[in-house]
Design a protein around this ligand. Structure first.
Ligand SMILES: C[S@@+](CC[C@H](N)C(=O)[O-])C[C@H]1O[C@@H](n2cnc3c(N)ncnc32)[C@H](O)[C@@H]1O
Length: 274
């Protein structure tokens, strides 16, 4: 047995241990990026083997927290891919106008920038009051930040630029108050948002939605887990419900491809038709 094979066994044992002891299931994440992240954690914990990390993660709760944070990629931004929001505004919101009540799910919302962007869009289009937005992530730590709605002031220049490219209608600075190094977003934006923990790998559907955004999450999963999640998303959408995926994600070659039509194909916005 060579080193790589041994390491693959150690990684399997580590992920199995974490799953059985803590319930976090990384067993079907895409192997290459998972392995890279695991080694980053091993180095930052001053360890030298995967097995060493397994021991620490199972016996030291603080190490488990760092492990969870180290494994998940939480990179996000307000109005990330501005053209996606232009398409939401012009092609999706007009469909939603016909509904008396609108349910939206952000699956894998990270620290919430995507959710606040949606809230701003809905407010500007006069739809926010009839919306309930569910923002979920498996990671409690990022959810705490999302709930607070406080982001670094240093990022506001980039976010203002994104907002304008996304067709923003006001002055972006009106949505937050600057305090020291922070931008504190208006609390009216989170009035209709419910933040809660939900794991796409292990939890089931919890409502029926008119819109689901699951962007830049599926790329970290292997095919088996992607299929599980696509099934979950499909079952969680009402008929004619809209699904938005990330730039590098697609419904192509999934078992659900035929059950959707492309609403804005190049933005990975689909509509459930059956
Ligand atoms: C790169 S961020 C994407 C954030 C946002 N959707 C965006 O596109 O900017 C990926 C998020 O997916 C979350 N995630 C990863 N695996 C998950 C799972 N099994 N269930 C729920 N969320 C998960 C991570 O915690 C992370 O916050």
């Amino acid at each position: 047995m060579n080193r790589n094979e041994l390491e693959a066994i150690e990684i399997q044992l580590l992920l199995e241990g974490v799953y059985r002891y803590h319930g976090f299931d990384f067993r079907n994440y895409a192997p290459a990026s998972l392995k890279r992240r695991i080694w980053n954690i091993i180095r930052s914990e001053h360890l030298t083997t995967v097995s060493g990390l397994q021991e620490k993660v199972l016996h030291d709760p603080a190490c488990l927290e760092r492990f969870l944070l180290g494994l998940s990629v939480n990179v996000t931004a307000m109005f990330r891919d501005p053209s996606f929001y232009v398409a939401l505004r012009s092609k999706v919101l007009p469909l939603l106008r016909t509904y008396p009540f609108i349910r939206i799910w952000h699956a894998g919302c990270s620290t919430g920038e995507e959710v606040y962007s949606m809230a701003i869009l809905l407010q500007e289009e006069g739809l926010y009051q009839r919306c309930r937005i569910y923002a979920t992530d498996m990671n409690e730590m990022v959810l705490r930040k999302a709930k607070a709605g406080i982001f670094s002031l240093g990022l506001m220049q980039e976010y203002t630029q994104n907002y304008l490219l996304a067709g923003g209608k006001q002055s972006f600075a009106e949505y937050y108050t600057a305090a020291y190094e922070n931008a504190i977003f208006r609390s009216s934006l989170k009035e209709n948002i419910v933040f809660s923990q939900h794991n796409l790998a292990t939890d089931s559907s919890f409502n029926e939605f008119n819109v689901i955004l699951c962007r830049n999450v599926l790329i970290y999963f292997n095919q088996l887990l992607q299929e599980r999640v696509h099934k979950l998303l499909y079952e969680s959408l009402g008929t004619f419900g809209v699904l938005g995926l990330g730039r590098q994600e697609s419904l192509k070659f999934t078992p659900h491809e035929q059950q959707y039509e492309e609403l804005v194909g190049h933005e990975k916005i689909y509509r459930r038709i059956v």
